[in-house]
Structures are given as C-alpha cells and as structure tokens.
Design a protein around this ligand. Structure first.
Ligand code: ADP
Ligand code: MG
Length: 907
C-alpha cells in the first residue's frame, strides 16, 4: 500500500478528491469573506459515515446581515494547530519523525499510522508550528468576534491534550512580546475598538468548571454557581457570576490576571490540576443600533415623527464565550468503559459529555444529551445552537502521543459536522422607552391641568357676566312697571280732576238758576251722592293700586313668576279701567240729563219772556214732574230710569247730540247711546230713530279713540239682530269697522270692532258680501295685537263664519273651498287651535270641525297641519260635544282617513 497521497479512510467522501482537488480545497476557509466561505462538503469523516454533512451554508458569517428569525445555517469551523517540538521532544524524539505531516495549502493533515500507512484529514484551517499568533487569531477567532459585534453569539474553543498549546493559543497576555498575544487579548482589543463606550457596554465573567462545580474566578468565594436556562429561548445565563464592565484594555488585562491568580490559588487549595479544569471567559457585548443601521432594520421607513419618538432603541446583545478546555488525554481511555458518577467526574464528566453531544450532533441523532453535564449545558448554544462557533484543536508532533493526537483529530472531524443556526440577538430597549414616555406623560398631565384651570376660570367669568345681565334685566323690568303704574295713576287723577271741575261748573250754573230750579237742588244732592260714591270708588281704586304695589314688590322678588304676575296686574288694571269707564258713562248720562234740563229751562225762560208769567210754573212743573221720578229712583235702577228719561225727552235729541260740536258732549252722548243699545229692549227704537246710521257716521267722522271704542261697542250690540246686520252691511259697516280697527291703539276698541264683525259673520245671507268687503281680512288683521279678548272675538267670528259656510255647503248653496281658507285664515286657525285661553280654543276647535266637514277643504287642511289639530280635538278636547263632532267628522272623511293610512297612523 503506497503511503502518502489521498488515501482516505472509509472512502466516504462525497465529492471525491480526484486528481486536481486543489482549487476547490483552497476554498475551505475559515475566513469570513463570503466568496471564500462557500463551503463544500469536502470534509471527510471516519465516523458517522452514513449521515454525511448537513446541508452546507453559503452564508457569510462576518457580514452580520442575517435577519431571518429562523437564522442562517452556520457550521462549526475547526482549525488544527501543531505545536513545535519542545526541548524534551527534541531530545527524546530525535530519531523519530513527527507523527503528523501538514499540508496547509490543501488544508490537510496526514497522520502517520506506521511507517507505511497514513490517514489524511481535511480541516477548515491547518496551522503549522510556524503559524503566528496573529494569523491564528485572524483565521480562528476574528470572524467570530465580528459576528458578536453584529449581535450574534459566538464561541471560540480550544481542545487538545495537555501541553499542546490550548492556553498558549487562547490565553497568552503577550506582556513581554506583543506578538505573543493570544486570542482572548486580541478579541477584546477588537471588541473595544468596535463599540462606542457612551452607548454600548462590554462586560465579562470569568469562570472555572472543575469536577462539575462552577467557580467564579473573579470572586473565589463564589464557588458553586448555578446555571439558569430560559425555557422559552433556551438562553443560558449565570445570574450568580460576577459581571465586570470593561472600559479599556488595561482594565481587562488586570481582570484576566486576577482571574488567573484566583485559578492558581483555587487549584492549589483544592489540590487539583489546572489541566483538568475548564476555563470559560464570557464577554457580553451590548450595542444600540441607531441611524442608518436602524433605518436598515426598521420595517417601516416612512414612520411619522411621533412614531419615531415612541420607538424604542434597538439593542443587539452578542455574547462571546472563550473556552480553554481541560486536557483531553484521559478521555479516550474512559470512553467505552462504564463508570460511576464520581469516577466519571474525576475523569472529566463534562468532557465526556461534550464528546457525546458532538457525536450526536454530527450524526444528526434525535437525542443530544446536553443535560448530562454542566459544560454541555453551558455550551448548548455553541454546538447545535444559534452561536457562531470556531474550534481550534491543538496537537503535538511527538509519535509517542499518536493515540492522543488521533483522538483529538477525530474530535475535530466530528465537530466539523455540527451545524448551527445563527440568530441575531436583537431586541427593543423598552425600559428607556418607558422612561421617555413617563416624561412625556408628565408633560401632558401638566398641560392638561393648565387647560383645565383656564377652562374653569372662563366658566366662572361667564357665570358672573350672566348674573349681572339677569339682575340688570330685573332692574329694567321693575323700572318699567313703576313708570307704567305712575302714568296710569296720573291719568286717573287727571280725569277725576276734570270731572270734579265739570261738576263744580255745573253746580255754579245751577246756583245761578236756583230761584227757578230750587227743586233741582235735590237732584244735585243726588249728583253729590254719586260723586261721593265715585270718590269712594276712587279710594277703593287707590287701595287696589296699593295692593298692586305690594304685588309688584312680590313680583320683583320672584323672577320666575314675573310674567304671570304681570298679566294678573294688567288684568286688574283693566278691570279697574272698565269700572272707571262705567262710572264715566253714568256720570255722562247725568251730565246729558243736566244738559237737557238746562235746555228745557232756557225754553221756559224764553216763553216766560214772551208770554205771561202764569204759564211758566205749569210748564216748569210739568218738566220737573217728568224728571223727578227719575232722579228719585234708586241707584240700582239708574240705567232703566235714564233710558226712560230719554224716552220722555226724546231719543232724537240724544242722537242729535252725537253731532254736537263740543267733543265732550259727543263722547257723553255716544256713551249714553251705547248704554241704551246694551239693552235689547231699546235696540229697535235706537235703530228706528236712525241711531245705527249715526253711530256708523260717527265711526267714520270722529278721530277720537274713545268715541270709536264706544260706538263700535254699540254697533256690536246692535249687530246681534239680523235686520240690523243687513243695515250695517248696506251702510258700509265693514269698511268703517276695518278702518277703525286699522287705526285703533286700544285693544278694547279692537275687541269691540272684532265683536261687531264676529256677529256679522254669523249671518248666513251676508257671507259673500262680508268676505267681499274684506271682513275676514279685517278680522285676521286684528290678531297681531295679541290681546286675548280680541283673539277670542276673532275666533268667534271665524267659528261663526265656518258654521254658516258649513250650513250653506250642506244645503248645496255653496260649492268650492272655504272662503276662510281662500283668505288665508288656516295658518292662524292651526296655530291657535290649542290656545291656552279656553274661549279662543273652543271657538277655533268648532271652526276646525266645521271646515273639516267638507271634503273640498280636506287637502288644504292636511297640508296646513289642521288634520293633526282635528285628531287632537277628537281625542283631547275637554268638551264632549266638540270631541264627538271632531271624531265623527274625521272618520267620515275619506281624504283624512287615506292620509292617516298613508302615514301608517292607526286611528
Ligand atoms: P496546554 O494549555 O494545552 O496544556 P500550553 O499552552 O500550556 O498547553 O503549552 C505547553 C507548553 O508549550 C508551554 O510552555 C507553551 O509555551 C508551549 N507552546 C505551546 N504551543 C506553542 C507554540 N505554538 N509555539 C511555541 N511554544 C508553544
Ligand atoms: Mg492549559
């Protein structure tokens, strides 16, 4: 059998190395250069032949761009380093050749089995006895260190027989000669150069594992550190181990020396061999990723500023583990034999377990006995985990140790088959984000508090303003009330004064004639009596006013009831005015009577002057005898007696006074006529005597509102009679009443006018004429005054009119829609159909019923909203008759029923 050449054991190579293999072999490199890292399955194995290598990785491990959460494949890289012969070997092995021959250019190692047989092995890197420490660092450790800086975990481990240079390779400090610096020192130099000490941190733990006990080399008292595994991530941590932050290289070297000193002391104390303990250095590198790197990592490039400010800092946490293993020399002897736990421990249970795990991983075995030892638990991420792992196996040249060397080489070969999945250890720094958010929250709370305060102040200001406005309005209202009261009081006093003056005048005139008219003194006494009654009435009125005053005071106190109180006061004042007016009427009657008497007296005197004196007394007596019974009547029968008087003295004379030049006389006369007209028994006589015509003329000719009011009242009374109604119409009454209404200021005038028209509305024959002359428009024109008495009369007129129309329609003498609707009365009807004042409401409810009785009005009533009023009347009207009428009307109208159905209203 020829030695040398490519005589591969087992012949299991997949890509056979035939002839020209050099080109591809050279690609087997531990360098991080991606183009060179393309690793082919060239590794040869003497074990696990069936499994072969796992899928090889084309991934560059130095780039640190792995982002996939599943990680990227990364096989364990293995380099072999040969130690030069030492002094002892130079002597002892002087006659023998080395047991290995290295072909670094092919990354091959030839192991001499005997003089004629060699086995060839390939490694990721083959380092000869001449390899410099710098080169060893660069090919074995540098790519791993770079990965750690990029946020991956990394492992550099040395395996080999005691004395083959593990510690030399890893741990030399190079204090005398910097070229001697080992991997640990160089790795830290690169790490410190690669971080920014302001934002990043580097800290180390240094431990020794001996006989399954884990000791802290930075704190010798801490000699039983427990290993904690995160069940979720599988991450291993040593919470009990001292962790020292590294600021500079010197600081680190001192720490290493301290650790070495502790290791030495511990081994002396425990009487242990350092070659049987494992030393582990753990370097934690934490780097925050910002700027360009962050943008690169961010999934959303166009985040808003707020989102940016809320985004936590991304940190990458890489951990470099450097393991200087115990000497492997006794393992081989222990491998196959069964040992007790204590025996296994003393041989080195951890190292045996590591070998088993590597075997299991290399063979892709389902079970990897990671939990068998502390070392395998600590290194679970390094083999078959997420770390980038680089192993250097150290061998000596001596043929005397061929067995150890062989077993070391086999370990390295198996380790080459272990495939890791590299994972980026990247996470968000939520703690500092939370701190930032806390500050922001405090700012917002402060801002909110400021705004809240301002808001409360604004509310307070508005409240004060409003209160001021309310009290000012109250003041204004009280002032206005007081003014009105004073004005009324003044008017009242003036009219009383005038009456008194007139009375005085009359008394004076009477005095002059007392010889002739002594008997009239009695009448004067009556007048006085009336006057004193008037005075007492005045006093009563004053008391009323006082009452009103106190009520006014109450009114001021109670703002809520102010409006209703005011209405009440007005009503009382109006009642008072009405009483006053009545008294005035009575006084005027007496005055007219006096006038008449004086007229008769004059006549008598004239006759006396002309004829003999004998005749006078008879005439005078007869006049007095005509008058006396009147004045002697009781006050209660006053009206009737006055009426009788005028019957006696002649209605014509009173009516002629309506045209008197003196305005006062006219006023008194019209009041007398109005009083007479109030009595039904007088009405015909007044009309026959031309009184109605005179009243209408007076309405047209006078500009005095009192005359208008009284005359309209008289006309209204006369308009109750059908014949009179026709007369009023034929004499242009509607036009005169409309003009009167248009000029009226006193609601009572309007009430009279409206009452007169309302009466006319009730005449079936006059419907068209009344409407034609603007009667309905005049009625509707009066509603704007708003006085309930006026509105009641308007409502009555409309009800009367509607009733007549309804009758005419029923008789067939009227077709077409209601003239009320034509003249635009419907909106007012709808608006007031539910008026609070019951007289208004009742009239309008009746009017609505009348209008609704004719289908021709139905459409307009629906669009005008009157249907709803009809529905309401039929349900809510307090008068049963009207309620029934409304219901009957509604249910007999097909149009209304159709509308209710259309609106899906169950009626
Ligand atoms: P191990 O840690 O494997 O037991 P050491 O690193 O202690 O071995 O090395 C044993 C001896 O060999 C030391 O004196 C060391 O200086 C020497 N040595 C090891 N490797 C080399 C090398 N590559 N070049 C020169 N001397 C070496
Ligand atoms: Mg050592």
């Amino acid at each position: 059998m020829a030695s040398g050449g490519a005589n591969y054991r087992n012949g299991t190579q997949r890509n056979s190395l035939k002839g020209t293999t050099t080109a591809t072999d050279r690609q087997l490199s531990m360098n991080s250069n991606p183009s060179k890292a393309a690793l082919k399955n060239k590794s040869l194995s003497s074990v696990g032949a069936s499994s072969g290598l796992r899928k090889s990785s084309p991934g560059s491990l130095g780039g640190g761009t792995a982002k996939d959460d599943a990680g990227v494949p990364g096989r364990v890289r293995v380099a072999v380093r040969l130690r030069p012969r030492n002094a002892e070997e130079s002597v002892a092995d002087a006659d023998f050749a080395d047991c290995v021959e290295l072909q670094p250019e092919f990354k091959r190692l030839k192991l001499r089995k005997n003089n004629w047989d060699t086995d060839t092995y390939e490694f990721d890197e083959v380092l000869t006895e001449f390899a410099s420490q710098k080169r060893v660092y660069e090919v074995v450790a540098k790519p791993v260190v770079e990965s750690v800086l990029d946020g991956y975990n990394g492992t550099v481990m040395a395996y080999g027989q005691t004395g083959t240079g593990k510690t030399y390779t890893l741990g030399r400090l190079g204090e005398e000669d910097t070229a001697d610096r080992g991997i640990i020192v160089r790795a830290m130099e690169d790490i410190l150069a690669g971080v920014s000490l302001e934002s990043d941190s580097v800290s180390v733990s240094y431990l020794q594992l001996y006989m399954e006990s884990l000791q802290d080399l930075l704190d010798p008292t801490n000699d039983n550190i427990s290993i904690v595994e995160d069940p979720k991530s599988g991450d291993v941590s040593l919470p009990g181990a001292t962790l020292v932050e590294i600021r500079d290289q010197q600081n680190f070297l001192e720490l290493l020396q301290l650790g070495e000193a502790h290791r030495y002391a511990a081994n002396t104390r425990l009487n242990t061999e350092s070659s049987r303990s494992h030393a582990l250095l753990m370097v934690h590198v934490k780097r925050s990723v910002k700027g360009r790197e962050l943008a690169h990592s961010s999934q959303n490039g166009n985040s808003t500023n707020i989102a940016k400010s809320l985004r936590p800092t991304l940190v990458r946490k890489g951990k470099l583990v450097v393991v200087d293993l115990a000497g492997s020399e006794r393992i081989d002897k222990s491998g196959s034999e069964g040992h007790t736990l204590e025996e296994a421990k003393s041989i080195n249970l951890s190292l045996i377990a590591l070998g088993k795990c590597i075997n299991a991983l290399a063979e892709n075995s389902a079970h990897v006995p990671v939990r068998d030892s502390k070392l395998t638990r600590l290194l679970r991420d390094s083999f078959g985990g997420t770390a980038r792992t680089s192993l250097v196996i150290t061998i000596g040249p001596s043929p005397r140790h061929r067995g150890e060397t062989t077993s070391t080489i086999m370990f390295g070969q198996r380790a080459m088959k272990v495939e890791n999945m590299l994972k980026l250890k990247e996470e968000f720094d939520y703690k500092s984000l939370a701190r930032k958010l806390d500050i922001q929250l405090d700012k917002l709370i402060m801002e909110h508090e400021r705004k809240q305060k301002a808001f409360e102040e604004e509310i307070e200001r508005i409240t004060t303003d409003t209160q001021n406005q309310i009290s000012e309005a109250e003041r204004n209202y009280a002032d206005a009330m007081e003014k009105e009261r004073l004005k009324y009081q003044k008017d009242y006093m003036e009219s009383i004064k005038k009456l008194e003056e007139k009375w005085m005048m009359n008394q004076h005139k009477l005095g002059e004639r007392k010889d002739q008219m002594a008997s009239t003194a009695q009448e004067v006494a009556e007048l006085k009596k009336l006057l004193s009654k008037e005075t007492s009435l005045r006093k009563a009125a004053e008391e009323e006013i006082n009452n009103l005053k106190s009520q006014l005071a109450q009114l001021k106190m109670s703002e809520a009831s102010a409006n209703s109180e005011s209405l009440k006061l007005r009503k009382m004042l109006e009642d008072e005015a009405y009483r006053k007016e009545k008294l005035e009427g009575e006084i005027s009657m007496l005055q007219t009577q006096l006038l008449q008497l004086s007229f008769e007296a004059d006549e008598t005197r004239r006759r006396l002057d002309r004829g003999g004196p004998g005749k006078v007394p008879g005439d005078l007596d007869s006049l007095i005898s005509q008058v006396r019974p009147q004045v002697n009547d009781s006050v209660n029968e006053e009206k009737a007696s006055i009426a009788n008087l005028f019957e006696q003295v002649g209605l014509q004379k009173i009516l002629s006074l309506l045209e008197a030049e003196d305005a006062d006389v006219r006023i008194h006369a019209v009041k007398v006529v109005a009083n007479l007209a109030a009595e039904e028994s007088n009405q015909q006589k007044i009309v026959e005597a031309g009184g109605l015509t005179s009243l209408l003329l007076l309405l047209g000719s006078s500009e005095d509102e009192t005359i208008h009011r009284v005359a309209a009242g008289a006309i209204a009374n006369l308009a109750m009679n059908e014949t009179n109604q026709e007369l009023i119409m034929s004499e242009g009454g509607i036009r005169l009443l409309s003009i009167t209404a248009a000029n009226a200021e006193d609601p009572q005038t309007l009430r009279m006018v409206a009452g007169a028209i309302a009466n006319l509305c009730g005449n079936d024959k006059l419907q068209n004429k009344l409407r034609g002359e603007g009667g309905i428009k005049a009625l509707l024109g009066m509603v704007k005054c708003g006085h309930p008495d006026v509105l009641a009369q308007v409502a009555r007129g409309i009800a009367n009119f509607a009733k007549c129309e309804s009758r005419a329609s029923a008789q067939g003498s009227k077709t077409g829609r209601s003239l009320l609707i034509e003249d635009g009365a419907l909106p007012w009807i709808v608006q007031n159909a539910n008026n609070d004042a019951s007289p208004i409401r009742r009239h309008i409810e009746l009017a609505v019923c009348h209008l609704a009785q004719h289908e021709v009005n139905a459409r307009d009533m629906i669009t005008g909203g009157a249907l709803w009023e009809l529905v309401r009347i039929s349900q809510d009207c307090s008068t049963e008759d009207i309620r029934t009428l409304a219901h009957r009307t509604l249910t007999s109208s097909p149009t209304f029923l159709a509308e209710l159905r259309r609106l899906r209203i169950d009626y």
